[in-house]
Ligand binder design. Sequence first.
Ligand SMILES: [Cu+2]
Length: 170
Amino acid sequence: MNKKLGLLLAGGALILSACGNDGNQASEEQNDMAEETPVAEQEESTEEAASEEATDAVEETEEAEEKKAEEEAPAATDAPEAMSGEASELLSEGDSTSFVFNQTGEFSIFCEPHPVMKMTVIVEEGAENSGEVALDIADYEFSEETITVAPGTTITWTNQDLAQHNVAFE
Ligand SMILES: [Cu+2]
């Protein structure tokens, strides 16, 4: 064996071993990847589950808020409907009472302790006053003698007098 051939063989062996190492490393990497892939999938599915849980939680919160809104909504429009024979409790100073006017027509209102105190609510389609209307009872008078409102309007009266008044429908 001459030196040159020996070097070539040695070089070849080095290359082979290097290739072999590369090959092993590559397959090890593949193995690693094969091992890692299910872990990654697990992590992803865990994340998905977590995000689903988070979405569920958000949905539950929204549902709870909707329920809350549904429970609170009637309270805002809790006012009894204005109709003949209806009457509020006696209102002390600062107290309020509300009625919702759904039916078109004319409503004659008076104060039971002081029947001279009168006012009229006219309910007409397309009236300028709608939604929530605030009136006072002050100096033994309703703050409006006549008011025209759209159907569905809620009128709230607040007593500003020391004397007790109420809102009654003829
Ligand atoms: Cu009165």
